[in-house]
Write a protein that binds this ligand. Structure first.
Ligand SMILES: *Cc1c(COP(=O)(O)O)cnc(C)c1O
Length: 423
């Protein structure tokens, strides 16, 4: 397989952008491939290689690349302009559609990215409760702002250490960490800290490989936070419209106080959404005293792409359909792969080089080098998995039976040849 042009572009990019990329995970070794175009389940690089894509823009796409119906709506809309800096009717239609699937959301605000949504949700939680600390789950990812770029320090209940230079120590001190699937430590932290405004978590963790909550874990988290009068924020930026139309809240029957959405909600265009009950959301400016604003917020194109996507999902029951496809592939893989483990929930799945983890510290034990070897073997077989063991694979509506069969064979071959992985 040739990557001449990608290599050339990457060398040029390295002089122009840190790591040659616009977001770190894209910079995999020895070089990323540069993409020319994508359609449906396929992504095409600048050297003419074609891959079946399971990265799907890190979960932003569920219909597949460049869906025709979404494209048609956007092309039509572009003739009327694409940003106005004024309210548009679609905001109302879209807000109502979201409210239908997320009963915990009575009001919401459209923003531009997931990071912005979680940043604003946390500010709102602090503003509403008047308390400054937050509790987050080790290894959960909520974007790249100061409050959440904190990783666990030694001992889960102590202050963490920043994940990045440039984060004021005072922010770190306000961000407490607990392991996923551990109710005792959560209770403990909330017992010992009176000034906690909110617990924020990915209800299904999708940024430290795939970590699925234990039975009743989320329900108990809800109970504990309610008892302690602490807001519960579900970051459903991956799970929203993915594991169910109503996200993890529908799937597990648990209501969050504040919800963040993104990725699928923009139909492939930049978006973030945060929402809550009226009493809480009315604290946001201009009706309230928690300030948040954005030039591109409620962007007509993002809203239209997202709205059109959700209507398609709704009309064709795609969330379940795609889940069944992923389940079929994963069940076959479970039967065939011996030294790795496979987990799947709806259209999210993951092959673990090691034991399927229950929390972040277990995820850290996965064999990341073996995964990357496997990744490149898959690339040779024209299958693009996310370039890190810590990312999740996404099935889309555009993956055909044939794609899935090819993928199954590619995985088995990539895995079996030379017996290179001993577990
Ligand atoms: C992707 C992601 C974010 C950040 O969203 P951006 O649009 O990249 O800023 C936040 N939370 C979760 C769970 C995510 O997966």
């Amino acid at each position: 397989m040739k990557f001449n042009r990608s290599r050339k572009l990457y060398n040029e990019a390295l002089n122009l952008m840190p790591g040659g990329v616009s977001s770190p995970v894209r910079a995999f070794k020895p070089h990323p491939f540069f993409v020319k175009k994508a359609k449906g389940s396929k992504i095409y690089d600048v050297d003419g290689n074609e891959f079946i894509d399971y990265c799907m823009a890190y979960g932003a796409l569920i219909l597949g690349h460049a869906n025709d119906e979404v494209r048609f709506e956007i092309e039509k809309k572009l003739r009327e302009g694409w940003i106005y800096g004024t309210p548009i009717e679609l905001e109302i239609k879209y807000a109502k559609l979201i409210r239908k699937y997320y009963p915990s959301i009575e009001m919401l605000r459209f923003v531009n990215t997931g990071s912005e949504a979680t940043m604003s949700a946390l500010r709102l939680a602090r503003g509403f409760t008047g308390k400054e600390k937050i509790v987050k789950v080790e290894g959960s990812f909520h974007g790249s702002h100061d409050s959440v770029l904190v990783k666990a320090g030694s001992g889960a209940t102590t202050f963490g250490v920043p994940n990045s230079a440039g984060i004021p120590i005072d922010f770190v001190k306000k961000t407490l960490q607990v392991p996923f699937n551990d109710l005792e430590l959560l209770s403990d932290v909330l017992e010992k800290n009176e000034d906690v405004s909110a617990v924020i978590m990915e209800p299904v963790m999708g940024n430290s490989s795939l970590i699925i909550p234990d039975k009743d874990y989320l329900r108990e988290v809800r109970k504990i936070t309610q008892e302690k009068d602490v807001l519960l924020i579900f970051d459903e930026i991956i799970t929203g419209f993915r594991i169910a139309m109503g996200g993890a809240q529908e799937y597990y029957g648990v209501k969050a106080d504040i919800t963040t959405l993104g990725k699928i909600a923009g139909g492939g265009f930049p978006i973030g959404i945060y929402g809550s009950k009226k009493e809480i959301m009315e604290r946001v400016a201009p009706s309230g005293d928690v300030y948040q604003a954005g030039t591109f917020s409620g962007n007509p194109i993002s809203l239209l792409a997202g709205y059109t996507t959700l209507k398609i999902l709704e009309k064709r029951g795609i969330v379940n359909k795609v889940a069944k496809k992923a389940e079929k592939l994963c069940e076959a893989l479970k039967d065939s792969l011996k030294r790795v483990e496979v987990a799947q929930i709806a259209s999210m799945f993951c092959i673990y080089f090691g034991k399927s983890p229950k929390n972040y510290s277990e995820a850290l034990k996965l064999d990341k080098e073996a995964y990357m070897k496997f990744f490149w073997r898959l690339i040779e077989k024209k299958v693009f998995f996310p370039p890190s063991q810590f990312e999740v694979c996404f099935m889309s509506d555009s993956h055909s039976e044939e794609d899935i069969e090819k993928t199954f064979n590619a995985i088995i071959e990539a895995y079996e040849t030379q017996n290179w992985y001993q577990g």
